[in-house]
Design a binder for this molecule. Sequence first.
Ligand SMILES: NC(=O)c1ccc[n+]([C@@H]2O[C@H](COP(=O)([O-])OP(=O)(O)OC[C@H]3O[C@@H](n4cnc5c(N)ncnc54)[C@H](OP(=O)(O)O)[C@@H]3O)[C@@H](O)[C@H]2O)c1
Length: 249
Amino acid sequence: MTLLLLFLAYAVALSVALGRAGHRSQSRAGGGTSGLTPPASILIIGATGGTGRQLLTKALERGYRVIALVRDPLGLRLEHPGLTVVRGDVLDADSVDRAMRGQQAVLCALGHKRYFGPTRILSEGTRNILRSMRAHGVRRLVCETSLGIGDSAGRMGLYYTLFVIPVILPFYYWDKTRQERLIAASELDWVVVRPGALSNAQGRGRYREGAGVGSYVWTVRISRADVADFMLGQLTSGTWLRTAVGISW
Ligand SMILES: NC(=O)c1ccc[n+]([C@@H]2O[C@H](COP(=O)([O-])OP(=O)(O)OC[C@H]3O[C@@H](n4cnc5c(N)ncnc54)[C@H](OP(=O)(O)O)[C@@H]3O)[C@@H](O)[C@H]2O)c1
């Protein structure tokens, strides 16, 4: 019983700490500039991953020229006249620079599976992206993080707040708070997109978005296809500019 109480205290304290450490948006939509000019060419980070794949196919379908920075080009299994693949690593600043050249926007769906130890992959990778964006005059960044940090702490629902995050993902989520803070401290035109639990289901094309998305009790979900749809939409909308916005079905 004592152990259980200690564990619950740890889980709640972690959730509070993630809330304080992550970005806290004003609870209003950001820029209010709608109808931004679409970028001609976009860099996708994480294009071999679940969300990244959806971003890649949808971006090409919508006629964007796409550069994908990937560690293993064979992992992409896609050829398209609008797609250029750059082999590299987000932790290698030179390869990020090579991929950034000539781009007008960045979509980042970076993630990894090194859950069980301190990690800075998300934050250091994002630091390289931000540095390279400044160097190449690229202003627009849309980056996927997660509900459960900053002013969305606890909003992944009890299962995540009391089990998944404290047991499996404490280091990972802590790094996400650093990632969000780096982005929010930048002078760039950014949108942080915080989805609920991800699935590979078909996109519905309809989802909830905003500061109040998520539940303190139930796990809220959304498909990667819908997250990609929303992220691409942020390239031409100023509604959530310089805010962290939750998204779920
Ligand atoms: N799973 C969920 O329920 C959930 C919920 C909310 C938020 N999220 C977040 O959403 C994001 C996307 O998740 P996902 O499951 O769709 O993606 P994912 O399948 O985990 O893909 C991650 C991508 O990041 C790439 N990557 C990792 N390290 C890299 C490096 N050093 N350099 C370049 N690329 C690197 C991976 O490339 P490789 O193919 O080379 O590994 C892969 O393309 C993650 O940040 C995740 O935490 C997930």
